[in-house]
Structures are given as C-alpha cells and as structure tokens.
Design a protein around this ligand. Sequence first.
Ligand SMILES: CC(C)(COP(=O)(O)OP(=O)(O)OC[C@H]1O[C@@H](n2cnc3c(N)ncnc32)[C@H](O)[C@@H]1OP(=O)(O)O)[C@@H](O)C(=O)NCCC(=O)NCCS
Length: 149
Amino acid sequence: MLVRRARREDYPAFAAIEAEHPGFPAWGEKGFAAEEANRNSVTLAAEEDGRAAGFVNFWVLRPQVQLNTLAVAGAFLRRGVASALLGKLFEYARKSLCREIDLEVNERNAAAIALYAAHGFEVVGRRPKFYNNAEAALLMRRTLPAEDK
Ligand SMILES: CC(C)(COP(=O)(O)OP(=O)(O)OC[C@H]1O[C@@H](n2cnc3c(N)ncnc32)[C@H](O)[C@@H]1OP(=O)(O)O)[C@@H](O)C(=O)NCCC(=O)NCCS
C-alpha cells in the first residue's frame, strides 16, 4: 500500500468513500478542494492496486496537529489502511515538531474509537450535541515524545 499526498483527481474517489459511510460528516469534492487554499492543511491518500482505499486530512498547527477527517473504503476495511494513514500523519507531526495530535470522534463510532485507542489516543474530553446539535463527540489526544536529537 502506498500513502501519498492527495491530488485533485482523487477527490471523486474520496467523496465516494464518504458516501459509503452513512452519517459520516462528508466534505465532498468541494470540501477537499477548498483545503488546497490552506497551507497548514495536508490531505493524504492511501492507494491500493491503483485505487484510492482511504484518506486522511489534518492541519499542522505547531505544536498541535488537528485530525479533521479520515475514512477507508468498505472493500478495504480491517486491512490496516487507516493505520497506515495514521502512521504517515505521525511522521508529519514529528517532522513538524508537533507534540500533540487532537481529534473529535462521534462517541457512538466504536470502530474509530477502537482505531484511535489502538494508536495511543486517549479520551480527554466530551462535547455534548457536537454533531447536528444531537450526538456527542469525544475529544481524543495522542502526545508524541520529544524528537531525539
Ligand atoms: C474507522 C475506520 C477509519 C478504520 O479503518 P480501517 O482501515 O478498517 O482500520 P485498520 O484496519 O487500520 O484497523 C486498525 C485497528 O483499529 C481497530 N478497529 C478498526 N476497525 C474496527 C472495528 N470495526 N471494530 C473494532 N475495532 C476496530 C482494531 O484494533 C484494528 O486492529 P485489528 O484489525 O488488528 O483488530 C473505518 O472503519 C472507517 O472508514 N469508518 C467510517 C469513517 C469513520 O468513522 N472515520 C473516523 C472519523 S473520526
């Protein structure tokens, strides 16, 4: 599997992946395109057999990285795609001298919470009525050790 910077041609595939997950707060093609204007924003694609299998977007706001969105195509679930994307995000965070990665996740999203917990994130807060003024978000954080010199 290859994890690389996303390109404009990937956005239709990203939108199709979003549509596979009902209730997922989708950005759509326009949302991904809009991120190109933000120099702190990084969108990565996971590519498997020439197909986009997943994506992640995050903002590098040193000393913090904010993970904004992450999803994997149904056909590629539980094959380490999200883990590979997170691994690359951690690499960016370290190289950018960031010490902390923050995200919000729907508290009913057991798969994502399990994924983040498996990668060292801890629940540090809860925001009631975060999604559509109805469902709560958990705030999760992973702290990175200081870079070895
Ligand atoms: C959450 C999501 C990104 C996980 O992607 P994935 O590529 O299947 O995850 P990985 O294969 O890297 O899984 C790594 C670990 O996370 C945990 N995990 C992932 N999916 C899980 C699930 N459905 N149930 C329980 N644990 C799960 C497991 O510990 C897994 O390790 P294992 O397969 O060895 O048991 C995927 O289910 C998805 O796209 N969901 C819809 C979008 C979404 O909710 N995104 C998160 C928004 S904050």
